[in-house]
Design a protein around this ligand. Structure first.
Ligand code: QV4
Ligand code: CA
Length: 512
């Protein structure tokens, strides 16, 4: 009997914590709002060759098209149907991208919006990405089909029909999140429609899902939906592989609904991670980098095996969702590179790198008035392709943080040290710290206002190493700093606090 229970548990959900990333790769990149054709090209020309494990793509299902404001990015979080045509491309383009990325060992994770459909004031008509007709007022979505029977209104007890108090778990699950029509996921019919949507993507070859707004769905309903989802496509994944599930639950403490309720179903986004590391690198609230000696569960984060971690995400880089002002983004590049480097060097969690587009921030009283702005687009509203400049950066407003040398090289660092323990910690009791990963990598930061000048045990084999932050190893020379490690594993580090990037990282594959 015990065996049966274990098998059922495993079948139900334990397998959903594994990202099924291949060839010793480790990190995921969120190519936010990228077109499928551009993602396919990026997999082949950059992500595969540079050891990225997977891509989180924007919601591929049909969404509302809004002109007030003009094509906001968040159209994608207002489903109209599960047809696979969206701002990023057609079903054929999606299928082609999944195949081409899988063929170079880069997994695809889909942002699945299954808690709701569009906003209650979404109107009537075919202003949708596949031109499907709908009527938000009567909750009629014939392209699924969903009718008013398939929504939670009779279960929600608030006057507005919207969530009014996050302290009331019934409201949070059964009322509308900001007027978004809330699906009745306890209904078998609705579970079936959602599962059909997820299974179509699984059969196309995706490796799993970022499940949106999980705080707003009952764990039992999610378990029922996940149990209906197929195993991964055996063209690219071992037989019996369960989809990787990572659930968006914003839990900074203080609410009755916690991340823990979702642990058995898959991994969960750890929002404390980016909020805290931003505060540490900004040196706010008396935080110091030397306090991160016990970074990870020691800071009260969820157990490592449940965590999906990131410095910023598409919400909190523009003041949506959670993390507040401490969140570091590409707008603060010097600190951001250190924080992302720290995340990628540290063993805790499955790491996700953000890749953004630029918008003209216009902050009034601490709020960005342009936080709604969508991706770089043509006059007709269609999303622009991602041009790659000769220097390997991106043009036309695409930030491509994942292509920044410091970040790309730390993605490789994470692969090289994968499985090695956190080791050889040193700090100056302020904001200069260093740590290794066994005998395969070592990183050191100077976030103080004075120079760092110290000899340390790196745990690494003796030799000459290229610093992968100020440069990298090309042919058999270093384009940036060189670090000499003695046969005793000790090395001398000198990092000026005025350096463009005041941190140094070496690993066994950057050794001359
Ligand atoms: C507003 C008011 C309503 C009002 C309505 C009238 O909130 O009270 O009735 O206008 O039109 C957009 C608008 C928002 C509007 C809503 C419905 O910004 O002003 O409601 O549409 O018309 C993204 C954006 C939201 C956006 C939403 C839908 O962040 O601003 O809302 O897409 O387009 C919580 C959740 C967490 C969530 C986070 C943002 O627990 O799960 O808030 N994060 C995820 C996604 C996020 C997405 C959603 C959830 C919704 O990461 O990107 O919201 O799918 O913390
Ligand atoms: Ca709900």
């Amino acid at each position: 009997m015990k065996i049966l229970i274990l098998l059922a548990l495993f079948g139900l959900g334990l397998g959903q914590h594994n990202p099924h990333i291949k060839n010793g790769r480790t990190a995921i990149v969120h190519l936010f709002e990228w077109r499928w054709a551009d993602i396919a090209a990026e997999c082949e020309r950059f992500l595969g060759p540079n050891g990225f494990g997977g891509v989180q793509i924007s919601p591929p299902n049909e969404h509302i098209v809004l002109n007030n404001p003009w094509r906001p990015w968040w159209e994608r979080y207002q489903p109209i149907s599960y047809n696979l045509c969206s701002r990023s491309g057609s079903e054929d383009e999606l299928r082609d991208m999944i195949t081409r990325c899988n063929n170079v060992g880069v997994n695809i994770y889909v942002d699945a919006v299954i808690n709701h459909m569009c906003g209650a004031s979404g109107g009537e008509g075919n202003h949708s990405s596949c031109r499907s007709w709908f009527n938000a007022g009567t909750k009629d979505f014939p392209s699924v089909p969903y009718s008013h029977w398939d929504f939670n209104d009779n279960k929600c007890k608030t006057g507005s029909g919207e969530i009014e108090n996050y302290g009331d778990i019934n409201q949070v699950r059964d009322c509308r999140l900001g007027s978004l029509l809330d699906l009745a996921l306890e209904k078998d019919y609705v579970r079936g429609k959602v599962a059909d949507y997820l299974n179509k993507l699984i059969d196309m070859g995706v490796a799993g899902f970022r499940v949106d707004a999980c705080k707003h769905m009952w764990p039992g309903d999610l378990a029922a939906v996940y149990s209906r989802v197929h195993n991964l496509n055996t063209t690219w994944f071992p037989n019996g592989s369960r989809p990787f599930i990572y659930q968006e639950v914003i839990d900074l403490g203080g609410e009755p609904i916690t991340s823990r309720e979702y642990f058995h179903l898959g991994r969960v986004t750890e929002f404390k991670y980016g909020a805290k590391l931003g505060t540490v690198f900004r040196k706010w609230n008396g935080e110091k980098l030397c306090y991160t000696r016990n970074w990870g569960e020691g800071w009260g984060f969820m157990p490592d095996g449940n965590a999906l971690v990131f410095i910023d995400n598409h919400d909190n880089q523009r003041g949506h969702g959670a993390g507040g002002a401490s969140i570091l983004t590409f707008w603060d590049p010097r600190l951001y590179k250190m924080a992302v480097g720290y995340m990628l060097a540290h063993p805790y969690g499955v790491a996700r790198v953000m890749s953004s587009f630029r918008w003209n921030r216009y902050i009034v009283n601490g709020k960005d008035q342009n936080d709604w702005m969508g991706p770089p687009s043509h006059i007709n509203g269609s999303t622009k392709p991602v041009p790659i400049n000769p220097d390997q950066t991106c043009g036309d407003g695409w930030v491509c943080e994942h292509r920044w040398r410091q970040i790309k090289n730390m993605v490789i660092f994470r692969n090289v040290v994968n499985g090695q323990p956190h080791s050889n910690w040193w700090d100056n009791q302020s904001n200069q710290v260093a740590f290794g990963r066994g005998n395969r990598g070592f990183i050191i930061f100077n976030n103080d206002d004075w120079d760092l000048n110290i000899s340390l045990n790196t745990g690494m084999p003796g030799g000459t190493y290229c610093d992968v932050i100020s440069g990298q190893k090309e042919e058999n020379r270093c384009t940036g700093k060189q670090i000499q490690v003695g046969s005793d594993g000790r090395a001398h580090f000198w990092i000026s606090n005025r350096d463009e990037d005041p941190f140094v990282a070496i690993h066994v594959e950057s050794k001359l």
